[in-house]
Design a protein around this ligand. Structure first.
Ligand code: SAH
Length: 487
């Protein structure tokens, strides 16, 4: 599997700037291991006038099969999946997309510390993929790439050039040219659109495909004339495939595991750290603290934003004072697990009428979230990239505007107290940041000021005299809610 990115340049704007943009030095051939095999980055040409970077992925079919088993503990190899492996090493453009995001992750984000001015500048770009599986053919390739500013050359590859009568294969040779796009934009287009064109099945098991799509599609996917096709193909390619495997794995795991086992990894870390003295796990203390804050606010209709696998929703359901409970998450996988945990399909009508699970991203305003008494953001904000946080702030505090908002997040100062946590590490691989008490307070006060809320802070878990509590909680209340309570 092979893809090249080329640019041209001048002595003032040398083509070799591509090396800075991709974070890969043009004079070195480099290799990276990915989950599916080895990825190589090399530069067949690199001078001021022309520079080409090539990404070559050697797929490891064995790793692919092993991945197919997913994260299941000791699950049996799935023979039904093995059939999909055969032509993967040569054809899987979707794996190329995964490699692309692994090898060029900083480039995709448009980061370049060495030359911060570079990523924002469009430059002449040519992308070539000699053999791209393209369901929908050259026609669809054009419909996908042309609206983004690419000039598209898409030629069908004959099945065998010696036997033209055999016709075309399902592969095309793709050449894309543009001079109005940045390297980051180009990479993000490829990351989404290669799998969309690939008719093959995928293996990777990840809980936030929707989030990834929204992130990579930022700035170009909304409003794309083929937005619907792109979204449904991107997700169903992964879901139709992974779902069979995952549902089975998940069912096996759920059948074997008690609730604590399906909890988030951070809860597991916390539970482990606290096992010695056997106090209540932090996740449980956190839910208790949130429930107490919600009860004190008098809320009846509650949103659990970023509800994950539904533990809090389950607990809210047990208290009849909460008459309407809505769990929202961007991850379909989390929602699937949540609905199983709640046994939504077997719930009596009355209970069922109190609860709903919605899929949606908190980075966008959403009419469905308006008019509630309270919203909870439990261990959610730290999962967003900092630059996306203002979008969530606006969607929740500006647009949805519940009277009470309860926010919890880890207190990074406390991390020195977790014995199992290596120094300088965050508690969960997906945490984009973790804040000190001062940082959280500053953020919360800014948000409260901007959107007309009052905010109070409460510790959750043992309040260490030096480093504070493991979880910090802020309770925001609108002016009107405060007056109502006083009256
Ligand atoms: N509230 C739960 C889960 C926390 S894990 C608890 O306290 O245990 C963070 C959750 O936020 C994940 O389920 C993740 O899918 C969700 N999430 C992350 N970014 C999101 C976004 N932009 N919109 C909606 N949910 C998001």
């Amino acid at each position: 599997m092979f893809l090249t990115i080329s640019t041209t340049g001048t002595a003032q704007r040398p083509a070799t700037d591509l090396g800075f943009l991709l974070h890969k030095h043009p004079e070195k051939a480099q290799a990276f291991s990915t989950s599916y095999g080895r990825a190589h980055v090399l530069y067949p040409e690199a001078d001021d006038s022309r520079c080409t970077a090539a990404l070559l992925l050697e797929v490891d079919a064995v790793a692919l099969v092993r991945r197919g088993k997913g994260k299941g503990r000791g699950g049996a190899p799935d023979a039904a999946l093995a059939q999909y492996v055969n032509d993967r090493p040569y054809a899987a453009s979707s794996l190329l997309a995964v490699a692309l995001s692994g090898v060029f992750s900083s480039a995709m984000r448009g980061a370049c510390n060495a030359r911060p001015e570079l990523p924002g500048q469009p430059r002449p770009l040519r992308i070539e993929v000699p053999a791209l599986p393209a369901r929908g053919g050259p026609e669809l390739v054009r419909r996908l790439f042309e609206p983004l500013g690419w000039a598209v050359t898409a030629e069908p590859v004959p099945l065998d050039s010696a036997f033209p009568q055999w016709g075309d294969s399902r592969y095309i040779r793709l050449v894309l040219d543009a001079d109005t796009l940045t390297v980051a934009e180009a990479l993000r287009h490829l990351y989404v659109l290669l799998p969309v064109l690939d008719d093959a099945k995928h293996y990777w098991v990840s809980s936030d495909e929707v989030d990834k799509l929204l992130r990579a599609g930022e700035g170009w996917l909304p409003g794309h004339p083929e937005q619907k096709l792109i979204t449904s193909r991107y997700l169903s390619r992964r879901w139709s495939l992974t779902r069979q495997a995952m549902d089975r794995l998940e069912l096996v795991r759920l059948a074997e595991a008690d609730d604590s086992e399906v909890e988030d990894i951070d809860n597991a870390v916390e539970a482990e750290a606290e096992q010695e003295e056997k106090p209540t796990p932090l996740a449980v203390q956190r839910r208790e603290a949130i429930l107490a804050a919600l009860r004190a606010s008098g809320a009846a209709r509650v949103l659990d934003l970023g509800c994950g696998q539904g533990q809090l929703v389950q607990q809210l359901l047990r208290d009849p004072s909460f008459t309407e409970i809505v769990g929202v998450d961007v991850s379909m996988r989390a929602l699937t697990i949540a609905s199983r945990r709640l046994k939504l399909d077997r719930m009596g009508e009355r209970q069922a009428s109190r609860v709903r699970l919605l899929q949606g991203s908190l980075a966008y305003t959403d009419k469905r979230l308006e008019g509630y008494d309270a919203a909870v953001l439990s261990e959610v904000i730290e999962h967003l990239d900092l630059p996306r946080l203002p979008a969530l702030e606006y969607a929740v505090f500006g647009a949805a505007r519940p009277r009470t908002v309860v926010v919890t997040t880890p207190n990074v100062e406390y991390n020195v107290r977790w014995e199992s946590l290596p120094a300088g590490h965050v508690r969960h691989g997906d945490h984009r940041f973790e804040w000190t008490r001062a940082e959280f307070r500053a953020w919360a006060e800014k948000v409260a000021g901007r959107h007309g809320y009052q905010v109070d802070f409460l510790p959750v878990g043992p309040d260490d005299p030096e480093v504070g509590p493991p979880t910090q909680m802020a309770v925001f209340v609108t002016g009107t809610a405060q007056e109502a309570k006083a009256a």
